[in-house]
Design a protein around this ligand. Sequence first.
Ligand SMILES: Nc1ncnc2c1ncn2[C@@H]1O[C@H](COP(=O)(O)OP(=O)(O)OP(=O)(O)O)[C@@H](O)[C@H]1O
Ligand SMILES: [Mg+2]
Length: 249
Amino acid sequence: MRAESQPLVSVTDVEKHFGDFHALKNINLTIREREVVVVIGPSGSGKSTLCRTINRLETITSGEITIDGKELPAEGAALAQLRSDVGMVFQAFNLFAHKTILENVTLGPIKVRGLSKAEADTQAMALLERVGVAPQADKYPAQLSGGQQQRVAIARALAMKPKVMLFDEPTSALDPEMINEVLDVMVGLAEEGMTMVVVTHEMGFARKAAHRVVFMADGEIVEVAEPEEFFNNPQTPRAQDFLSKLLTH
Ligand SMILES: Nc1ncnc2c1ncn2[C@@H]1O[C@H](COP(=O)(O)OP(=O)(O)OP(=O)(O)O)[C@@H](O)[C@H]1O
Ligand SMILES: [Mg+2]
């Protein structure tokens, strides 16, 4: 896969400061088409910040981020267009509480992609079917379980036909029995060839679906390896320490 596929997301020499705090340090990472990258690391290591800079929810202090060869514009319509190439699913489901499930999924395609309501409805129902929540289409988010809401959030992101999907700890707010139903949808996406960056501590997902694991600590990428290699044979003391704590929980 990696030999033929093109770089889709390129992060080059990126630095991010929040005031005096150095949150991302010399980040270099290329994600190729159809590649699934799991980002793992201790709390505060910069995983969410990295995702947010890729989506331009955060500015960067220096360096360059390109999506499909294009640098992220600072603002305006070009940013909206490029941002819609990047689907994002957060820990908290962030659905619009006063819109139905169907409306949550059709809103972006109608407003940003210019679909008619009928087109958007048809596409949304197919996506809701795919993530297993079509019967809930006319309900409101609060009437759904956390796992169902998170699957709707995935359908909503997919409705924009993104080139890459970013997931920031998509299962960490879920009750344990709902984690697998969300991970199963993500594994399916990976198998279909979606390019994905996934911040998660779910090692089962990483082993099953990831091509590479990126380990971050203190704002730096400390280690990059294939999942089996990373989990079985971490090279750095920081990764060894982190994994030993993860495994004992
Ligand atoms: N808007 C902000 N202003 C100031 N500091 C921030 C801001 N956002 C993040 N930080 C700091 O940057 C560091 C990295 O935060 P980030 O949320 O990226 O970590 P993380 O790896 O996602 O952690 P977690 O596993 O807890 O989600 C933290 O020390 C955090 O306090
Ligand atoms: Mg985070």
